[in-house]
Design a protein around this ligand. Structure first.
Ligand code: GLV
Length: 308
């Protein structure tokens, strides 16, 4: 059984192969692009597609995502071939921890204290908050619920936005277009965890960013293209937004001259909020390979119409 691997950007390549070989000793792993006869490929494990990647793969049984998001290959997915998302509790925990850290960074005035330290200033930034502060989570799948739950435990008032109504394990749910308006108007901290789909691309434009309360903070661990980056920059420049922590950008890497790099209100990390851990993820991929071979439905199947 042949698996073509192109995991770049979603976990350590060598570790992926090591774990998969351990779990499936009869698996023959071929590294893209040295894949021999493409007709022998039964499975593809990937994060980002490449031109012609699926060409000649006439025996393809399933495509497995090496990352949480499937936007990197969905457009190239051959018709009729099932694909699965990677839903790894390890990654959910990692992303929730990252997002909580980003929210706390702004909520507890860390930028101001860093600036004070640089000048040797010991001065309390008075935190005039007598009620729970409000966080809106855009995108409340497994990762969003985990993040929202953690922030609620830390005393924030959290609401989660979804396309359609959802039970969010005790978090307030806002949904649809009206729900989005309400969420933006009420979010002092907006955490974006949406998948990139035709419906979410450019969702956060100037008009929507202007719906946030004055001085709100924006945290993005989804995809750069969910926000119109020049509109974000304008909102930051004017002080309309109090700050942003961006783990994702468009393009990636963010070009060296991009004004976001040196913006005083912006923190940037290079797409590290939830890096795939092959040690925990390989077992999930192996299970889907087993299912595909047994003719069983995949876990966490990609819904092409929904876009993730
Ligand atoms: C990271 O962005 C992922 O989709 O896993």
């Amino acid at each position: 059984m042949v698996l073509v691997c192109k995991t770049g950007g979603a976990g350590d390549d060598e570790r992926w192969k090591e774990e998969l070989r351990r779990l499936m000793p009869d698996l023959e792993i071929r590294d893209w692009p040295d894949i021999g006869d493409p007709a022998e490929t039964e499975f593809v494990l990937l994060f980002h597609s490449a031109p012609g990647l699926f060409e000649g793969m006439t025996g393809l049984r399933a495509v497995l995502s090496a990352g949480a998001g499937v936007d990197g290959f969905l457009g190239d997915l051959p018709a009729g071939v099932p694909a699965a998302r990677l839903v790894d509790p390890w990654m959910q925990t990692a992303m929730a921890a990252w997002a909580v850290h980003a929210v706390l960074h702004f909520a507890r005035n860390m930028p101001a204290y860093a600036a004070q330290q640089a000048r040797g200033v010991w001065r309390e930034q008075f935190e005039a908050y007598f009620e729970p502060r409000r966080v809106g989570i855009l995108g409340c799948g497994e990762i969003g619920r985990r993040t929202g739950g953690a922030l609620a435990d830390l005393g924030f008032r959290v609401s989660g936005w979804t396309r359609t109504p959802r039970d969010l394990d005790g978090l307030e749910n806002l949904h649809g277009a009206e729900g989005l308006d309400a969420m933006l108007a009420g979010s002092e901290f907006l955490v974006c965890l949406l998948p990139l789909t035709p419906g979410t691309e450019g969702l956060l434009d100037a008009r929507r960013l202007a719906q946030l309360p004055e001085g709100a903070f924006f945290v993005n661990a989804s995809r750069g293209r969910v926000v119109v980056q020049r509109d974000l920059l304008t909102a930051l420049d004017s002080g309309r937004l109090g700050g942003a922590w961006l783990d994702v950008a468009e393009p990636e890497p963010l070009p060296p001259g991009d004004p976001l790099w040196r913006h005083p209100r912006v923190r940037i990390t290079p797409h590290v909020a939830g890096v795939t851990n092959p040690v925990t993820s390989a077992a999930l991929v192996a299970e889907n390979i087993r299912r595909a071979r047994a003719g069983e439905p995949l876990t966490h199947p990609v819904d092409r119409n929904r876009g993730y």
